[in-house]
Design a protein around this ligand. Structure first.
Ligand code: ADP
Ligand code: MG
Length: 391
């Protein structure tokens, strides 16, 4: 691994500045989901166990460089204290004094970094002020690693730096899935549009052995082959791009799987009458809303002969039944194979995580990334500035 972890650093008597993602959902002043806070526990506990003091740095919402009282981390501090089971002091001024006054296992939480315009500008001066508060920099916020900000990038060059437990776990899982994976590797890419996932498809066809294309974006690939997709969601203007991606895949020896059969309906609503047809038989006035059972059987066969799976994007319009069927069935198979130790499965993406949860499959996947944009940029093969800065 090119980055250091908590194990490589001596924290005894040191102050660790720890960048975390505790951007939790809040409704009417109440935190409704503490998952993100729970996930920082191992890092905080480890640093303290090694004799270090913990100063948490985080963002909350999008205040755009200005003080926005509703986006203060003050309301989050007691929740962090509860979840960590530690005294947490929130500070929004006289930071150096607050650091000097830290006692015992007290944790300090700095005010929303994005109140300062220097944060999102990756400003060296702001990074220096942050760095002056500690001895060691720890980044445990993979989900913010695709942004070069003062607390994710500039600061990492000013202090001895390492990845926290959560960051290291995420990077390890991603490395196993696409960096140095066990082959064959299959990728599933679905969702609405090709246009949002061009870089992702372009990168994957050079790295994986088989690529399952599903969801609305499969329609664009089908139409590019001259198949009539009726009223389906389809980006006809990307036909050429779709053919280029298919060619790039052929050159790289990556097999592309498109739906063999499809579920079509005239309306996109729950319980709308639907039928399974061969892909070439989509009526002029109908929409393709899911992959059919033959397609699913084919996908499952490929899963069975694969060792690694990366998945982004549902195979159909999963929010509405019965158009969740292909996603559910493929997810259940991937989960079962993973549980048996036969497949390493990594998935990410907002709707993907929702779909896998809905399918009841998420728990058995090897790793589910909740990092959103950072996960997608990693799947696109991009260097994440917050990760590069740790190297
Ligand atoms: P993620 O958030 O995991 O990256 P996307 O946002 O790219 O995934 O795609 C999810 C969306 O794609 C869902 O809202 C789903 O309804 C839509 N979708 C999938 N298949 C189809 C289809 N055949 N027609 C229309 N929309 C589809
Ligand atoms: Mg989405």
């Amino acid at each position: 691994m090119p980055w250091k972890t908590l194990d490589d650093i001596d924290f005894a008597g040191k102050r660790a500045l720890v960048r975390v993602d505790i951007n939790v959902p809040v409704e009417d002043g109440v935190v409704t989901d503490t998952t993100r806070i729970e996930r920082i526990i191992p890092t905080v506990d480890d640093i303290q166990a090694k004799g270090g003091k913990v100063i948490l740095m985080a963002h909350f919402g999008r205040p755009k460089g200005k003080v926005v009282p509703e986006m203060s981390l003050e309301v989050i501090a007691p929740v962090v204290a509860d979840v960590l089971g530690l005294p947490v002091t929130w500070v929004n001024s006289d930071y150096a004094d607050a650091v000097a006054a830290m006692e015992g296992d007290e944790v300090l939480l700095l005010e929303n970094l994005r109140f300062n315009p220097g944060e999102e500008k990756n400003d060296e001066g702001f990074a220096k002020r942050l760095a002056s508060l500690g001895d060691i920099y720890v980044n445990d916020a993979f989900s913010a690693a695709h942004r070069a900000h003062a607390s994710t990038e500039a600061i990492a060059r000013l202090l001895p730096a390492c990845a926290g437990r959560l960051m290291a776990e995420e990077l390890g899982a991603l490395e196993k899935a696409l960096g140095t994976p066990e082959r064959p590797v299959v990728a599933v890419v679905g969702g609405a549009k090709v246009s949002t996932k061009l870089d992702l498809l372009g990168n994957l066809v050079t790295k994986v052995d088989a690529l399952v294309i599903g969801g609305g974006m499969a329609n664009t690939f089908l139409a590019a082959q001259g198949i009539n997709v009726g009223k389906s969601l389809c980006e006809h203007d990307l036909a050429e791009t779709a053919r280029d991606i298919a060619q790039k895949a052929a050159d790289a020896g990556c097999e592309i799987l498109l739906p063999r059969d499809v579920v079509v309906a005239r309306e996109f609503k729950a319980g709308a009458p639907s039928e399974v047809l061969k892909t070439e038989e989509c009526p002029e006035d109908a929409m393709i809303l899911d992959a059919g059972p033959d397609s699913v059987a084919h996908i499952i066969q490929v899963f069975e002969r694969s060792k690694t799976l990366v998945w982004n994007g549902p195979l159909g319009a999963f929010e509405i039944e019965p158009f969740d069927a292909a996603t559910n069935a493929a997810a259940a198979k991937a989960a079962a194979l993973s549980k048996d130790g036969r497949l390493i499965s990594v998935a990410g993406g907002g709707d993907t995580v929702a779909a896998l949860n809905k399918a009841g499959a998420a728990d058995d996947f090897s790793y589910i990334s909740t990092a959103g944009g950072a996960f997608l940029e990693w799947m696109e093969g991009k260097t994440l500035p917050g990760v590069a800065a740790l190297g």
